[in-house]
Design a binder for this molecule. Structure first.
Ligand SMILES: [Zn+2]
Length: 293
């Protein structure tokens, strides 16, 4: 039985298509010029053929203009995360014969999900066109991923990412084995775990932190976690999306009108409906929203 792991990952920037790729929000302000270069390179050579193929499997748009591009720092090498899971440089850069690539590259073309609900590929909100290993700073080697998020499939989520309300992702991976930082024992299932990992993970034994090195890693997905925005914000975002042809100022005026028509409670109910049905609303409903606005 492989181990299943998740961990939060910070977003270092969000880019938007629209002809040129410009940086919109740098949530931590710690994207380096080098990182920015590799991201821009990815976005400029992003394969539309791959997008078309991937779009069918994940049920996402095949039009590149429908996307925004959050850039999460997915994994930091050689630093145990909050769950006590460590991904060593040597593991991240290992060539995996099963995948015919280096381990960090298994992020590539993975789906973007919400809350690790990854069972059905068709519920994906996007995918990961690229993953980079950034190693210029010896003490801060890390994996940078580029996410393509389909704004037409989950408009409230897109809004949350652009506004900064959504500021982290969570990576999901499986690993064949884990190795204890204290005794070095390698376990292949929960039953094999040494007492250090079983009882004392993330505490200290004789001043040494108890964590586990993940071995035989395969990254499988990236998820948005947490509630990105209050229901009202979600409603507004969705309606804004429905009226995407309208000019910015028109929408703002329209929202003032809408909030006089619908009570807060009703807005929350509508928002819940949209949350669970975003991406499959009939065109007629979108046209109605266009008219309302
Ligand atoms: Zn141990």
């Amino acid at each position: 039985m492989p181990f299943y792991k998740t961990a939060r990952t910070p977003i270092v920037g969000v880019y938007q298509a629209s002809g040129k790729f410009s940086k919109l929000a740098s949530q931590n302000d710690d994207i380096s010029p080098k990182e920015e270069d590799v991201v821009k390179q990815t976005l400029n050579i992003l394969s539309k053929d791959v997008l078309k193929a991937v779009a069918k499997v994940y049920n996402i748009s095949d039009n590149i203009d429908d996307y925004i591009f959050p850039v999460p720092r997915a994994v930091t090498a050689d630093v145990p995360n909050n769950n006590g899971d460590n991904f060593q440089h040597i593991e991240l850069t290992r060539f995996s014969p099963n995948h015919r690539c280096q381990v960090y590259e298994t992020f590539k073309n993975d789906p973007l999900h919400v809350e690790h609900a990854a069972d059905n590929p068709k519920t994906a909100r996007g995918y990961l066109p690229d993953a980079h290993y950034v190693s210029d700073s010896p003490d801060d080697k890390h994996v940078l991923t580029v996410v393509a998020m389909d704004t037409t499939k989950d408009a409230p989520l897109a809004e949350g990412l652009l506004s900064g309300d959504v500021d982290s992702f969570s990576m999901g991976c499986i690993c064949d084995a884990v190795r204890c930082s204290i005794c070095g024992k390698v376990a292949h299932s929960d039953r094999d775990l040494c007492d250090d990992l079983r009882w004392y993970k993330m505490s200290k034994i004789d001043g040494k932190l108890v964590y586990e090195d993940c071995l035989g890693v395969e990254y499988q997905e990236l998820s948005v976690v947490g509630n990105p925005a209050d229901p009202k914000a979600r409603t507004q975002a969705l309606l804004r999306h429905a009226a995407h042809k309208a000019k910015h100022n028109d929408i703002k005026t329209a929202f003032n009108i809408l909030s006089t028509l619908v009570a807060d409670e009703d807005q929350a109910e509508i928002a819940r409906f949209f949350k669970y049905n975003a991406g499959k609303l009939p065109d007629a409903m979108l046209r109605l929203a266009d008219k309302l606005l």
